[in-house]
Design a protein around this ligand. Structure first.
Ligand code: SF4
Length: 368
């Protein structure tokens, strides 16, 4: 009888969630180790609602651009980067990017440009400033969400400026926010294995901390499903939560599943994450990140049917129309690169949620 009466780890977590209490490392691990997916979904959805969430599910109309795929870093999970001399290498000028964005604007009413690229040693800081200022002048009503923390760090190397000086200059030119890429998994062991050429994760935090203090909101990510342990995933989430306690500038968290195609891991026979792991990652993120308001189910990576299911696992955002995504497609993502608004609306509705089109800062543009 005594055994029957003993509470399970999930029961104890439920009590904390109902009381809106913070979960700890051990709770996170217990959640990760649970195979009771439906219980995780229910708990994550409860956490979302206890913290003020409702039936709305967001999306944004955005255009994806990449200024260059030339990169010096050689992350092992990357199928996008080229050396300058390799076939398919490109570096677009600011003028080309503006021309492209204006042509795309004729076709879709995007409100955000999301642009990231390689760390090319063949450009200077002025190249980045020119891109921001030209895009901002050509499309002043479009929010510019540009450059990962790694790229900002790269700009300090190119220019000799501090991270704060780089961010101030980009903000003055029209930068609106930073995407969350470059985080990978923060644990040193994982970094050494998958991205040995990348700067230490302390720089990722320095860039985001500085951006928040300058009034530049940012996003945060994890790239999971390769060599990391559950402990390292939880450690990653808790480091993000700690940063958010300090500066509060993260708009959203985006778990990104590793795609092995066209990387060294494909040759070792690695496969995509299972859908169950993707859903678990969304649920645990929602449960642990009690101070980050939005968790995205990135449909480009998991497919729209799974993203719709993820709305019941704690996600409240399905990202956007994502015109022309290249990075995950280079690594084998088989989703279409543009999800039409009507399709997003249909999937969100069929999941029992209210589709709300938002801008980058989560202001409502339209609801269906
Ligand atoms: S992930 Fe980014 S930094 Fe790493 S090799 Fe690819 S483009 Fe370069």
């Amino acid at each position: 009888m005594a055994l029957l009466a003993r509470k399970s780890a999930l029961d104890e977590i439920r009590e904390k969630v109902e009381a809106n209490e913070r979960l700890d490392f051990e709770d996170g691990l217990a959640l990760m180790e649970s195979d009771d997916l439906l219980a995780l979904a229910e708990l994550a959805d409860l956490a979302r609602r206890v913290r003020g969430g409702n039936d709305e599910a967001y999306f944004v109309q955005n255009l994806y651009l990449n200024q260059t795929n030339v990169c010096r870093v050689k992350c092992k999970f990357c199928a996008f980067a080229r050396t300058a001399k390799q076939d398919g290498a490109y570096t677009h000028t600011a003028g080309e990017l503006v021309e492209d964005a204006l042509a795309q604007r004729e076709l879709s009413g995007f409100t955000e440009i999301h642009m990231v690229g390689g760390e090319s040693p063949h450009v200077d800081f002025g190249y980045y400033v020119e891109i921001v200022s030209k895009l901002h002048r050509a499309l002043p009503d479009v929010h510019l969400k540009l450059f990962t923390a790694s790229e900002i760090h790269h700009m300090t190397k190119l220019s000799g400026l501090t991270h704060e000086e780089v961010l101030r200059e980009l903000k003055a030119a029209g930068l609106g926010s930073l995407p969350g890429g470059g985080a990978e998994v923060f644990a040193d062991r994982v970094r050494r294995l998958v991205a040995p050429g990348k700067e230490h994760p302390d720089y990722w935090f320095l860039v985001h901390d500085t951006a928040h203090r300058l009034g530049i909101p940012t996003h945060c990510t994890i790239l999971y499903g390769h060599v990391e342990t559950y402990e390292e995933r939880i450690d990653h989430l808790l480091r993000l939560r700690e940063q958010q306690d300090k500066t509060g500038g993260f708009l959203a968290f985006v778990p990104l599943a590793f795609h092995p195609e066209n990387t060294v891991f494909e040759r070792r026979g690695w496969k995509h994450t299972a859908g169950s792991d993707d859903l678990k990652m969304i649920a645990v993120s929602r449960l642990l990140l009690d101070n980050i308001p939005n968790v995205k189910a990135y449909w480009i990576m998991m497919g729209m049917p799974m993203a719709a299911v993820a709305l019941h696992f704690g996600a409240n955002d399905v990202q956007g129309t994502v015109v022309r995504e290249e990075i995950f497609h280079a690594a084998g993502a088989r989703t279409e690169t543009e999800q039409k608004v009507e399709e997003l609306v249909r999937y969100v509705r069929e999941a029992g949620r209210i589709p709300v089109q938002r801008d980058t800062l989560y202001n409502e543009i339209r609801r269906w």
